[in-house]
Design a protein around this ligand. Structure first.
Ligand code: C6P
Length: 409
């Protein structure tokens, strides 16, 4: 396997050359959204400047080009996640959009009073609230897989949690709050053996690993483009073809119909059945370019590089007095996210002090309040790493934390 040429990679991300508060920017908030490389920016620019038109509608040259670019991006993404068929990839606004689509289009037809949906305490709110809304409408019950003090799923009781009423198990591939890499394959295999479907929230997983939806054992897989070098407002839902075929549309409008009569309509084939209205064409084009960019660099090389930076960061943070790092101790169970607290310093204060030194991290509950509650805290500071981060970035983080220590003692 080749090594990632990080110097070259960094040069392709113009935002990384910004100066913040008089210091060169150190961007450690990629779990919230990643920076965008020049090839993605160029693809967006080229689309808007040369090809902009609506898709699937016109028979003029620009519409043909826009449609080709849009459908080309779908094919690119389908290959990248190991889908058997590009029609299994539905473009959405992101992971949140994808999960809400499943909760409505699949959930309302398949979940009844007394049925159960099994989640985990690690979930992002996007993989909790849509199921709460569904449960409220259907009378279904939500159950949770608990976590241990390292933020790992406790799977001992899984066979009791999985009952004949379990319709769906919905879990994240990687926790955005702790970096825990979940044993998705194992949970999926046990869930499917119990007759439940499996939804995987891949918002953080697709960023930090090579994804093969079949290998994972997923029935639904959701991802966000903006966390993997693509634009905001675009993401995807993957599901097995027969499952998508069996589902009713969620939103109605143009593009998703076959014929419209006064009292009823018939639907376009998937994926268009789930893409009502003019889609985010530029977003899809940008996402396709991001996938192309990441594929050319090689996910294995990216993962290897992130692992080195993560290891270095965990060592660096362990050496700062007062820092408590949350999440699994073993590097094998972690992804490139490090959540921590520091003595009496509020995470917002940590973030503000770091920002004054040009270091961007996130502080808060990270839309994972159940995780915070588990640890009896309201917030953490979170540094997240991606392909363009270096050990020098970690040094700047540690330097900033030393400044926090001087202020808060
Ligand atoms: N997490 C973070 O800073 P959207 O907003 O739809 O692109 O992604 C939602 C989402 C769903 N699941 C997980 C595991 C996530 O991490 C996120 C987004 C960001 O951690 C913003 S809260």
């Amino acid at each position: 396997m080749h090594r990632l040429d990080v110097g070259r990679v960094r040069a392709e991300f113009p935002t990384l050359a910004e100066t913040v508060n008089g210091r060169p920017l150190v961007y450690l908030d990629s779990a919230a959204t990643s920076q965008k490389p020049q090839p993605v920016l160029d693809a967006l620019d080229a689309y808007w400047v040369h090809d902009n038109a609506n898709v699937h509608r016109g028979i003029h040259e620009l519409s043909r080009r826009a449609t080709e670019a849009y459908e080309g991006a779908r094919l690119e993404l389908a290959r990248w996640i190991g889908a058997s068929d590009a029609a299994e990839v539905v473009f959405t606004t992101g992971t949140t959009g994808a999960i809400n689509l499943v909760a409505h289009a699949w959930g309302l037809d398949n979940v009844r009073e007394g049925d159960e949906i099994l989640l985990t305490v690690l979930e992002h709110h996007s993989n909790i609230v849509p199921w709460q809304l569904l449960a409220r409408r259907t009378g279904a019950r939500l159950r949770y897989i608990e976590i241990d003090d390292q933020g790992r799923l406790i799977l001992d009781g899984l066979d009791h949690l999985l009952t004949e009423r379990t319709r769906l198990v919905a879990l994240g591939q990687v926790s955005n709050a702790l970096g825990t890499v979940n044993p998705v394959k194992e949970v999926a295999a046990r869930a499917r053996a119990a007759g439940a479907l499996v939804l995987v929230d891949g918002a953080q997983g697709a960023v930090h690993s090579r994804v093969d939806v079949h290998e994972l054992g997923a029935d639904f897989y959701a991802l966000s483009g903006h966390k993997m070098c693509g634009p905001t407002g675009i993401g995807a839902l993957w599901a097995r073809r027969e499952l998508l075929d069996s589902m009713s549309p969620w939103q109605g409008g143009g593009e998703m119909i076959h014929t419209v009569e006064r009292d009823m309509s018939s639907w376009a084939p998937v994926p268009h059945k789930f893409e009502a209205g003019t889609p985010n064409i530029a977003g899809a084009v940008g996402l396709g370019a991001a996938v192309e960019y990441l594929s050319a660099l090689g996910m294995d090389a990216i993962v290897e590089h992130e692992r080195d930076v993560l290891r270095y960061a965990l060592e660096g943070l362990a050496a700062v007095t007062g820092v408590r790092v949350y999440g699994p101790e073993s590097l094998d169970e972690r992804s490139a996210v490090v959540s921590f607290t520091m003595g009496d310093a509020h995470p917002h204060d940590i973030s503000t002090i770091l920002d004054s030194q040009g270091v961007a991290i996130r502080a808060g509950h990270h839309c994972a309040q159940l995780v915070m509650k588990h640890f009896g805290i309201s917030a953490t500071a979170r540094a997240s790493f991606y392909l363009y981060n270096t050990r020098a970035d970690v040094d700047r983080l540690v330097e900033g934390l030393e400044a926090v220590r001087t202020i808060f003692g």
